[in-house]
Ligand binder design. Structure first.
Ligand code: GLA
Length: 419
């Protein structure tokens, strides 16, 4: 299989049975190389909407019922770099707060079936806790999301070594990944959306990865309660790349308890089993007859304590599902989670081939979150859209190689509703 490089067009289609799969700008498949981006890419290329207009005062746009974005200082990193928090709001009950530090989704308010809002992502109420101890809460992950075995890979005959930070392996880009840098942020609004564009240039050799990588992540909130993430990157030397967002969700509200009653559906017939260090064995295994079968909506906790070697290795679910994709590299449905108490529903659609479902196994009561409540094991789940873990060392997995002259593009939509 080839690596997905998606070009976004402005067609809107309905994907799947749920209305929330709706209205996504669907990328047409293309393997065509495009020239390296030397100037900042234009916003209009990543939003399925008319050209953006300059942000206007919130009071004006709110009156018109349009989404708004505002910003406020949110402290400084230990080296004195100022951090800002962006508040993106629509007129349908959703508010998303994004930090320039790590591109972190710091809070996400979504309405339940009665219209009551709750913050459904784990996080902190201050920058220092993110700097000191965050297990990637809400952050952009790069250059390589998930694990690279023994912190090494070989590309075009050259072997590269990365810092190991997860037992013998490299996790989430190494000791200082994209979750720990301050991104350059700009805001935008259109008549139906508002959001933030984050840019970062990672120098050649950063965390051991080759090539200067120019990266852009755009968060867009629309009036259908969809939060869209568009990732783009170019390089000046061959490299590997895997970008995602690491939001931890609890649809009943962060700090409200565990997510074992949440029902989850994943559109995947297969997954990638792992060894005891959570590196894929290389096998693409069928989920049928295993606790990994979420083809029918099932409570997360139903089978999590089964005597299954894979669940034992992961301390629960911490695996990559191989998404059922029809032909094409456009946005396709990946997963749906629902909290039965509040009725809140999260739907995930993506252009990526894989999905890491992690059931918050390493939350260990040591972190106190945004609302002052302590987080315990199983208090949240993640649905990280991605290429498969350790792809640089796994020849049978879709390639994560990015070369000069090509552009990496991927998109994911987290949609919120209630029933
Ligand atoms: C990912 C990994 C997990 C864990 C979390 C962060 O989801 O797959 O093993 O490292 O990030 O704690």
């Amino acid at each position: 299989m080839t690596f997905h490089r998606n070009r976004i067009n402005r067609t809107s289609v309905l994907v799947g049975v749920v209305a929330l799969w709706a209205a996504a700008g669907i990328g047409a498949a293309t393997a065509t190389a495009s020239p390296p981006t030397t100037s900042p890419p234009q916003r209009a290329e990543v939003a399925a909407a008319p050209a953006p207009v300059a942000a206007e005062p919130a009071s004006l746009t709110e009156q018109r019922g349009r989404p708004t974005v505002s910003r406020a200082p949110w402290g400084k990193t230990p080296d004195g770099t100022p951090v800002e928090r962006y508040t993106v709001k629509n007129s349908h009950g959703m508010t998303v707060r994004i930090l320039s530090y790590g591109g972190i989704i710091q809070s996400l308010q979504a309405p339940d079936r009665r219209g009551h809002k709750a913050n459904v992502v784990l996080g902190f109420d201050n920058l220092q806790d993110y700097v000191d101890k965050s297990p990637y809460f809400g952050a952009i992950i790069g250059r390589y999301a998930n694990r690279i075995a023994k912190g090494t890979f070989t590309l075009d005959g050259t072997t590269y070594r990365l810092p190991v930070n997860d037992g013998p392996n490299t996790l989430h880009g190494g000791t200082k990944g994209f979750d720990k840098i301050v991104w350059t942020a700009t805001t935008f609004t259109t008549p139906k959306t508002a959001g933030v564009v984050l840019r970062h240039t990672s120098p050649d050799g950063d965390m051991g990865f080759p090539g200067k990588l120019t990266t852009q992540v755009t968060y867009t909130l629309d009036q259908k309660n969809q939060l869209r993430m568009d990732y783009r990157a170019t390089t000046d030397a061959p490299t590997v790349i895997n970008l995602t967002n690491h939001a931890y969700f609890n649809l009943a509200g962060e700090g409200s308890g565990d997510i074992y009653d949440h029902r989850l559906k994943i559109w995947a017939k297969s997954y990638t089993p792992v060894d005891k260090t959570l590196i894929p064995t290389g096998e693409i295994a069928k989920v049928a007859g295993t606790p990994f079968d979420f083809r029918r909506s099932t409570a997360i906790g139903d089978r999590i304590r089964e005597d299954d070697q894979q669940l034992i290795y992961g301390l629960g679910y911490d695996h990559n599902w191989v998404l059922d994709r029809s032909s094409g590299t456009g946005l396709q449905r990946a997963a749906r989670a629902r909290d039965p108490q509040s009725g809140r529903i999260l739907t995930v659609s993506t252009t990526e081939p894989g999905l890491q479902f992690y059931s918050g196994n390493f939350l260990d009561s040591t972190l106190v979150g945004t609302s002052g409540r302590m987080y315990r094991q199983g208090d949240a789940f993640t649905l990280e859209t991605q290429h498969y873990p350790d792809s640089p060392n796994q020849p049978n997995f879709p390639s994560t190689v990015l070369r000069p002259g090509e552009e990496f593009r991927s998109s994911t939509i987290y949609g919120f509703s209630a029933s």
